[in-house]
Design a protein around this ligand. Structure first.
Ligand SMILES: [Zn+2]
Length: 79
C-alpha cells in the first residue's frame, strides 16, 4: 500500500470514528476523552508504520526508543 494512501486512510478512520460519535449524539464529555485518544492513535499509527521510498514496503517500528533506519525488504535507508 502506498504511503500517502495509508496516511489518508488512517486520518480518515480517525475522523469517521469521531463523526460516528457525533452522529450518535455523544455528550461533550465523551468528545473531551475521545478526541485526544483518537488523535493520539492516528499519530501513533502514522509514527509506527513507515514506508520504504525504494521498494514501497511498509516498515513497522514498535520500539519507541530505537528507530528503524533501514528497510527490512531491500535494505535501503529510510529518510
Ligand atoms: Zn525497501
Amino acid at each position: 500500500m502506498k504511503s500517502k494512501a495509508f496516511r489518508s486512510l488512517v486520518i480518515l478512520l480517525g475522523i469517521v470514528t469521531l463523526g460516528v460519535l457525533w452522529i450518535e449524539g455523544a455528550p461533550p464529555p465523551v468528545f473531551y476523552v475521545f478526541v485526544p485518544i483518537v488523535t493520539l492513535c492516528v499519530l501513533f499509527v502514522l509514527w509506527v508504520v513507515r514506508f520504504c521510498g525504494s521498494c514501497g514496503g511498509s516498515v513497522t517500528n514498535y520500539n519507541p526508543f530505537k528507530r528503524v533506519k533501514t528497510c527490512a525488504s531491500c535494505g535501503e535507508s529510510l529518510s
